[in-house]
Design a protein around this ligand. Sequence first.
Ligand code: EPZ
Length: 417
Amino acid sequence: MNAIVIKGGKRLEGSVDISGAKNAALPILASTLLTSGTSVLTNVPRLEDVSTMIRLLEYMGAECRWHDSLIVDSTRLKNSEAPYELVKTMRASILVLGPLVARYGYARVSLPGGCAIGARPINLHLKALETLGARIELEHGYVTAHCDRLRGGEISFDTVTVTGTENILMAACLADGVTTIDNAAEEPEVVALAETLSRMGGRISGAGTRRIVVEGVPRLSPVASRIMPDRIEAGTMMVAAAITGGDVRIRGARQEHLGAVVTKLEEVGVKIEPEGDVLRVIGPERIGSADLRTHPFPGFPTDMQAQFMALMTISEGDSRISETVFENRFMHVNELQRMGADISIQSNTAHIRGVPHLSGAPVMATDLRASASLILAGLAARGETRVTRIYHLDRGYEQLERKLTDLGASVRRVSEE
Ligand code: EPZ
């Protein structure tokens, strides 16, 4: 296993390019199952989760190859099954369910199971597919969906679900008739998927709002698609500039995707200056404290909660961070406490009392965003921080240590016996 070792105290300066968004690439890769032919995807990040999705598509018979772009030929699919061995490593594998049942009338996908941040059920995905006429069976740890042809229907999600919205959006494109999706997720990644599906021939309106309407079509065509920049990587880099009192230009970030993050960082004293498609982020001498509640887009993203908490550990004052989306997304707290952070948890709220500084320590990553949080804390801590189980980080950040090193940080990857 690998670890990342950080020597804290370096002020970050310079420019960094944001990679393509993991959470846009995964549904768009799954959408290639809806069509027969060759799709060309550019700006796809080279991440573990993307490799897992490629393995899944190849398991089904798609042919994938990297040039500068990622080329996916879904002409010769040979099965509609997503096996446990692949799905257990990446929950987002569930995104193949909707496309497979829409195109082939049958899908058998391993239940993803929970993960470090919560139970992560898929009941809303399944209920919505049943509304479109699929017969759903759960047995031996797999979900099986059958349907000769999906028919349009009226779906209303009890809870906003990003991949639930994406699964149904893809399935509805090939359903017979019109589907409405109420309480839909408004995340930019949902909009990016809808734009790609529209270019494939889908008839979609309302993406990016709580109500999406899809008029089914008989077939879709392959497409060329450029993956949008990763707003969570951009937010993570903004916190890296803030926590080190640095001055960093973030290239490729879209400000309209980062509204709640920009607002919250400005509230604690961070200066953020848009310069075309660059965001200049200047960290303050003194970091103020602020309260935060995570929410579905356009609210403050849960995927930025752990990173913002790292910043609040060295703020001047007290902060409260409430996690409203997932039930167990405070796994980074114990590790931040090992670095000297003063944090207590009551129910779904973390109370953070800012301390003058953190001290470097050996810590353990527990999930993707917790890994980023610990690295950010290490950038600001006195001394050396060693983050183990860094395979969590590699799922969702492309060359993070190189990007941080290029900004002046002392960060290196070491192999762990
Ligand atoms: C997506 O996960 C993202 N993953 C997550 O990013 C992100 O944290 C999450 O959306 C929220 O923004 C991808 O896009 C691949 P949800 P998803 O369905 O779709 C409950 C990262 O770090 N729920 O929006 O799985 C669920 O338990 C990852 O990049 C049900 O109860 O999240 C949660 O409490 C982590 N039943 C809430 O809804 C369902 O059928 C929101 O989950 C589905 C969800």
